[in-house]
Write a protein that binds this ligand. Structure first.
Ligand code: ZN
Length: 296
C-alpha cells in the first residue's frame, strides 16, 4: 500500500467485512459506505460528526466523498449511528496494523527510532464520553461526594512518537470497560497490563520502549513490560513512590526509573524486573524487599 488509493482500498475492504446486523429491506447502503461516512470526519476537519455529514450532503462535499473516499451513497447521520453501533471496536483493529505496515514498507518507521534504535510507544488514557445521565453496561462511573455520578467511557490509545516528528502513529487501543469475572471497576493500569499482554507479539519486535505516566510505574506493570519484551520509561513521582525514593538512590525530584535499554546484555539476575532497572536504581526499595514482588 503506497498511495492514497491503496489506503482507501484497504480501508474499505476492512469496512466491507464488518458484521451487518440490519434486517429487512432497508439495506441498500453498504457497510463500506456507513463506515467510510463515519471515518470521513477525520478528513473534513468538521467540528462534529453531524457537521461532517452536512458537509458531505452538499455538492462539493458529495463530490469529495465520491472521488476521494470512493463512497457510492452518503447515509444520513442516524442511519450511520444505528448501523455502526452494534459493531465491536475490535473489528477496526486491522486498520491500525495496516497503518503500521505501510509506515514500515515505506521505511518511514525507521525515522521514529531514538535512543539505542528503539521506538517509543506512549501509553495514555483518554475519555471519549462523559455524562451524568446517559450510561450503559460498559460505562465506568465516578460517584461524587454530593451523590452525583459521572458515567464515562475511556481507553488507552497508544501511539508511536518521536522527538521532532509532528505526527504520531496510532496503534491498537485497549478499552477501559468492566471485565468479566472482575467485580471491581476497570482502570487504566489494568487496561495497560491487558494491552501489554495482547500486543507484545505485535509491537515488541519493533524494539519498543513504552512511555507512561506515574500510574504505570509499579512493579507488576514494569515486570509485565519486561517479560513481554518491551523496554519502559515511566514517570516516577516522589509523592506516590515514597518507599522508592527513601530506600533507593533516586534523588532527583522527578527522575524517572527507566528500563536499561541494553538490559538484556547487562542482566544482573534472573528477575526480569531487576534486570530492567539501571544500575544504582534499586527496585524493590530496600525496606520492601522482604515482601513478595510477584506480578499480578
Ligand atoms: Zn456507557
Amino acid at each position: 500500500m503506497k498511495s492514497w488509493a491503496g489506503l482507501i482500498k484497504k480501508t474499505r475492504q476492512v469496512f466491507g467485512g464488518l458484521p451487518d446486523a440490519r434486517k429487512g429491506k432497508n439495506t441498500s447502503c453498504s457497510m463500506e459506505d456507513f463506515a467510510t461516512s463515519a471515518w470521513s470526519v477525520f478528513f473534513t476537519q468538521s467540528p462534529s460528526f453531524l457537521a461532517c455529514q452536512k458537509t458531505m450532503q452538499q455538492n462539493k462535499g458529495r463530490r469529495n466523498a465520491q472521488t476521494l473516499l470512493e463512497m457510492e451513497e452518503i447515509p444520513c447521520e442516524n442511519q450511520t449511528r444505528e448501523t455502526l453501533d452494534p459493531v465491536a471496536p475490535e473489528q477496526m483493529f486491522p486498520l491500525y496494523d495496516e497503518g503500521v505496515e505501510s509506515f514500515k514498507e515505506q521505511g518511514m518507521l525507521e525515522s521514529y527510532r531514538g535512543v539505542n534504535g528503539t521506538i517509543a510507544i506512549a501509553l495514555d488514557g483518554t475519555w471519549y464520553h462523559s455524562s451524568e445521565k446517559i450510561h450503559c453496561a460498559n460505562c465506568c462511573c465516578i460517584e461524587h461526594s454530593n451523590g452525583k455520578k459521572t458515567y464515562y467511557h475511556s481507553a488507552i490509545t497508544p501511539v508511536i512518537v518521536a522527538p521532532g516528528h509532528p505526527h504520531a502513529i496510532a496503534l491498537r487501543p485497549e478499552f477501559i470497560v468492566p471485565q468479566d469475572g472482575h467485580p471491581k471497576q476497570d482502570c487504566e493500569t489494568a487496561a495497560g497490563k491487558r494491552w501489554i499482554d495482547k500486543n507484545s507479539l505485535r509491537y515488541a519486535p519493533l524494539k519498543a520502549t513504552l512511555l507512561g505516566e506515574d500510574i504505570y510505574a509499579h512493579q507488576p506493570t514494569c515486570r509485565r513490560a519486561r517479560l513481554n519484551g518491551f523496554h519502559f520509561i515511566f514517570v516516577c513521582k516522589p509523592d506516590s513512590h515514597i518507599g522508592l525514593y527513601q530506600g533507593g538512590t533516586c534523588s532527583s525530584p522527578v527522575r524517572a526509573c527507566t528500563s536499561s535499554l541494553n538490559a538484556s546484555r547487562t542482566a544482573r539476575s534472573s528477575n526480569p524486573t531487576l534486570t530492567a532497572l539501571p544500575t544504582g536504581c534499586h527496585w524493590p526499595p530496600r525496606r520492601m524487599r522482604s515482601r513478595s514482588t510477584g506480578a499480578n
